[in-house]
Design a protein around this ligand. Structure first.
Ligand SMILES: Nc1ncnc2c1ncn2[C@@H]1O[C@H](COP(=O)(O)OP(=O)(O)OP(=O)(O)O)[C@@H](O)[C@H]1O
Ligand SMILES: O=C(O)C1=C[C@@H](O)[C@@H](O)[C@H](O)C1
Ligand SMILES: [Mg+2]
Length: 197
């Protein structure tokens, strides 16, 4: 038997593990918020919502098109309105967009309404993960790797300022990130103020 049994979701009912407090994933584009968030929700028996996908479903167009028509400011207004709605839902696992922490209003909602998980990765790893994806308008630039580095430098303190749990994903595969995250959430639910790995 290993210590992992204590965090095995099939052995401990979700409501006993972490109550109905929603879990919000924040972090840079490509760090894995959508991918990890979906699997985390399945492991905890919770509903999963991806904020970017919710915005796209409402508008009927991709995020890149919202940027084209309304500019980044228009997208951010929609992001704040959608975040306000979903952060009020108990029991949710919510993957936010990479820039959701930019506004103070958004940070306050995240901070006050749930457990915030900051998923971290370095510039090279982030670049590897987003290199083939065309739906990230902020990376439509001559040097997307440098753009990621600049955004990370600007945003890192903002992610950290709202995080209850910080997890460095490094180059670990998704299953391993999830295995590392579950005990951190347990520690957080048990009353530790900030857990990190
Ligand atoms: N730990 C991981 N190891 C390897 N690949 C990963 C990992 N996490 C995510 N990926 C891959 O990286 C890509 C980006 O992941 P994902 O879309 O989940 O990121 P995101 O944080 O939701 O980004 P965005 O903020 O742009 O929505 C996907 O192709 C996904 O399969
Ligand atoms: O990092 C960002 O600012 C963004 C990340 C994506 O999740 C989308 O929300 C959008 O492309 C903006
Ligand atoms: Mg995503």
């Amino acid at each position: 038997m290993t210590m992992e049994c204590a965090t095995d979701p099939t052995r401990t009912p979700p409501q006993e593990r972490d109550g109905a407090r929603p879990i919000f994933l924040v972090g840079m584009m490509g760090v894995g918020k959508t991918t990890i968030g979906r699997q985390l929700a399945a492991a905890l028996g919770r509903e999963f919502i991806d904020l970017d996908h919710a915005i796209e479903a409402r508008c009927g167009v991709r995020i890149a098109t919202i940027f084209d028509i309304e500019g980044e400011a228009g997208f951010r207004r929609r992001e704040t309105a959608t975040l306000d709605e979903y952060t009020r839902r108990p029991g949710l696992v919510l993957a936010t967009g990479g820039g959701a922490v930019l506004s103070g209003e958004n940070r306050r909602m995240l901070d006050e309404r749930g457990c915030v998980v900051y998923l971290r990765a370095g510039v090279d790893e982030l670049y590897r993960r987003v290199a083939r994806d065309r739906n990230r308008p902020l990376l439509r630039t001559a040097d997307p790797r440098q753009r990621i580095a600049d955004l990370l430098a600007q945003r890192e303190p903002l992610y950290e300022s709202v995080a209850d749990v910080t997890l460095d994903t490094g180059d670990q595969p998704v299953a391993q990130v999830l295995r590392a995250l579950l005990p951190l959430l347990d520690a957080q639910a048990a009353g530790q103020t900030h857990t990190t790995s």
